[in-house]
Design a protein around this ligand. Structure first.
Ligand SMILES: *[C@@H]1O[C@H](CO)[C@@H](O)[C@H](O)[C@H]1NC(C)=O
Ligand SMILES: *[C@@H]1O[C@H](CO)[C@@H](O)[C@H](O)[C@H]1NC(C)=O
Length: 141
């Protein structure tokens, strides 16, 4: 009984954390960096304190490297419904995928010691929109 109450408390706090992460401001902080180059993954992720809550290295993060003004259009007519509540952009974007390179170390590396490799490409972005703004980055295609 005691342990199920405890698990319930953990679940509630986990869902609060994920709701906090779902805003346009947070989206920009995690996923937009105009002019970024692939060699900057470690620096940008460290400087912006992008982690998996509460404090683990985020294994994978994508940045859109175009001007921030180009992005909300995806949620305001420049996108198509995709899957369960997502929107895929009609246009392609310049992106950088950052993958943690020291993710299999034992004991695990923790922030701010996470190191990343970056790969640039041009893809459509898949996001969740709220009030015509992207609030969650789902992936690319
Ligand atoms: C995006 O694509 C959808 C589906 O093809 C289309 O209805 C919509 O007009 C397009 N938006 C723009 C801005 O081209
Ligand atoms: C990541 O970058 C490091 C340093 O540049 C390199 O040694 C390593 O091979 C790269 N790893 C992958 C998976 O590309």
């Amino acid at each position: 009984m005691k342990s199920s109450i405890f698990a319930g408390v953990l679940l509630v706090s986990a869902s609060l954390v994920s709701v906090e992460g779902q805003s346009w401001v947070e989206f920009q902080q995690k996923h937009i960096n105009a002019g970024m180059t692939p060699d900057k993954c470690t620096k940008v992720i460290t400087d912006r304190k992008i982690v998996t809550p509460p404090n683990r290295c985020k294994v994978f993060n994508t940045f859109i490297t175009q001007n921030v003004n180009a992005v909300p259009a995806v949620c305001a007519g420049g996108g198509t419904l995709y899957g369960n509540g997502y929107t895929i952009s009609n246009a392609t974007f310049n992106i950088i995928d950052c993958t943690q390179q020291n993710q299999n170390q034992v004991p695990p590396v923790v922030p701010p010691k996470c190191l990343y490799n970056g790969t640039a490409s041009t893809k459509r972005i898949i996001v969740r929109c709220e009030k015509k703004k992207p609030v969650h980055f789902h992936g690319t295609k």
